[in-house]
Design a protein around this ligand. Structure first.
Ligand SMILES: Nc1ncnc2c1ncn2[C@@H]1O[C@H](COP(=O)(O)OP(=O)(O)OP(=O)(O)O)[C@@H](O)[C@H]1O
Length: 339
């Protein structure tokens, strides 16, 4: 659906070269909600702007629905862009136009009939929950309502792809949630593929099925959200994941722990069906160890539960080793934590 192949993008400014993207490759499939996360300056905006050719790559290829954008003539490119809607952090609405007229802009530019515009805008006002705001002006709307107008406008021409550039970064958490719900509904009901860039892991957690993590113009980790959340490799990914899954031992707990012989600390990770309680129960019954749960946390991602537990085991060294091997045999990831 969207494919970036070994993309490079260099900006020249005041005799200086800035490498915004360095060998980026990714593949967004039809129906995905694909999130790209990274800190400021990582290259996210540059990357998303390549997909609708607001920026052109210095090297590499951008393919949309299998076609390389570079091969299009201007008319073909205009037609291709019609299939791609975009929403922005600061909404980019025309302040002098009503909500209805803002949503109608792309249709007016395409010289659609009055009746067609009336029907489509009415449908979109309903879909985005703005029926009573048709005659309002942007300055009379809340941030969430403004973003709904931005979304309705982006959907006006029936795109197959929606690009979201930090679409919820200017919104409070409750409004963010409702906008993310709307994006999910768009993905499901209109079968629109969504690509979203953000610096907030909570956005990825709430709606994305795939994620790419960017740093300094490169993708450092990518995959299914559940895999990346469950087993982040790169330190930057780990720090993003930590913002939504608190899996480190709280300092207050660490302060109470002393390195004592016979006491060892483990971090357990549960994914999906592996329930923690029966495993700990069997562990205590099978092995001569005392188990003390110091910390436990559950998070839901993609309708799957991801759990973390910090467990202290007290017993003979070799018995603790056997107990740890038993936990592994139950399909649970376990790592010893140094105190
Ligand atoms: N038009 C431009 N001219 C020169 N440099 C640019 C231009 N656009 C982006 N850059 C540079 O490219 C790098 C990546 O910027 P980009 O905006 O893509 O990052 P980002 O991850 O989206 O950051 P943010 O979240 O702050 O928007 C930065 O160093 C930026 O200064």
């Amino acid at each position: 659906m969207i494919e970036l192949r070994d993309i490079y993008k260099t900006f020249e400014r005041k005799g200086q070269s800035i490498e915004a993207l360095r060998g980026v490759s990714l593949h967004v499939s039809k129906g995905d909600i694909y999130g790209v996360i990274g800190y400021s300056g990582a290259g996210k905006s540059t990357l998303i702007r390549l997909v609708n050719y607001l920026e052109r790559p210095t090297g590499g290829e951008v393919l949309v629905e299998g076609e390389p954008l570079a091969a299009y003539n201007p008319a073909q490119l205009r037609a291709a862009k019609k299939k791609i809607g975009m929403i922005f952090q600061h909404f980019n609405l025309l302040e002098s136009k009503t909500v209805f007229d803002n949503i109608a802009i792309p249709l007016v530019l395409l010289k659609r009939s009055k009746k067609e515009i009336q029907d489509r805008v009415t449908e979109l006002l309903k879909f985005t929950g703005l029926e009573d705001k048709a005659k309002s002006y942007p300055k009379e709307l809340s941030g969430g309502q403004k973003q709904r107008v931005g979304i309705a406008r982006a959907l006006a021409t029936n795109p197959s792809i929606l690009l979201c550039d930090e679409a919820t970064s200017a919104l409070d958490p409750q409004t963010t949630k409702s906008i993310l719900e709307l994006l999910k509904k768009i993905n499901k009901e209109y079968n629109i593929t969504i690509m979203i860039i953000t610096h907030e892991m909570a956005v990825i957690q709430q709606i994305c099925n795939k994620v790419a993590v960017m740093e300094q113009g490169e993708i450092i980790e990518q995959g299914k959200v559940l895999d990346v959340f469950g087993n982040p490799h790169h330190p930057t990914t780990q720090s993003f994941v930590q913002t939504v899954i608190h899996n480190s031992v709280p300092q207050s707990v660490l302060n109470t722990l002393k390195a004592e012989p016979g006491r060892r600390l483990f971090r357990l990770k549960f994914v999906g069906g592996t329930a923690s309680e029966p495993i700990i129960n069997s562990l205590i019954r099978r092995f001569e160890v005392n188990a003390n749960i110091l910390f436990a946390n559950m998070t839901e991602i993609q309708q799957t539960t991801l759990g973390t537990m910090i467990l202290q085991l007290h017993g003979e060294h070799t018995v603790i080793d056997q107990a740890a091997a038993f936990i592994v045999s139950q399909g649970v990831d376990i790592q010893e934590v140094e105190v």
